[in-house]
Design a protein around this ligand. Structure first.
Ligand code: CMP
Length: 139
């Protein structure tokens, strides 16, 4: 089934000029980048985006990292895009990520793990709507 998922290329990756390298892995996996924008998240945006983690001990650091430098927000489209992108990203902790995944290749640590991807189709819809209008997504 064709799906859309939401992706963020995080500050640790944009800082190291890895946007194109990450996008090459995404495209090689057969996912299509159907919307993309480089932005500097505000504290309010980052807090809202990660509000499910508000009680976690790493929340403050996560918000600080995500707002420190620009990110690239994206919509990816393809067959089973949600699950496929999670496979392409690799495990949250790069120490556990499989060979060839984005996080294995580029992530620095569990906090600076280069990319975010939606964990369900429902959350993909919610996350996409936080950053893109339908008109901005061109499949
Ligand atoms: P992400 O997929 O963006 O979702 C939540 C983020 O919190 C996660 O990736 C990590 O970058 C970050 N994080 C920092 N510490 C932890 C931790 N101990 N467990 C899970 N996520 C963490």
């Amino acid at each position: 089934m064709t799906e859309r998922t939401f992706s963020i290329i995080k500050p640790d990756a944009t800082r190291r000029n890895l946007t194109g390298a990450v996008n090459a892995v995404i495209e090689a996996a057969g996912l299509r980048i159907v919307a993309q924008r480089r932005v500097k998240l505000t504290e309010a945006q980052a807090k809202k985006f990660y509000e499910v983690h508000a009680e976690r001990p790493f929340y403050g650091e996560l918000v600080a990292q995500m707002t420190a430098e620009p990110v690239v927000v994206q919509v990816l489209q393809g067959d089973n895009a949600v699950a496929k992108y999670r496979e392409v990203m690799g495990a949250t902790n790069p120490a556990n990520a499989d060979e060839g995944t984005i996080r294995k290749q580029f992530a620095l640590s569990i906090g600076e793990n280069s990319v975010h991807g939606s964990d369900s189709l429902e959350n993909a819809g919610i996350e996409i709507a936080q950053f893109f209008t339908e008109e901005e997504i061109v499949g």
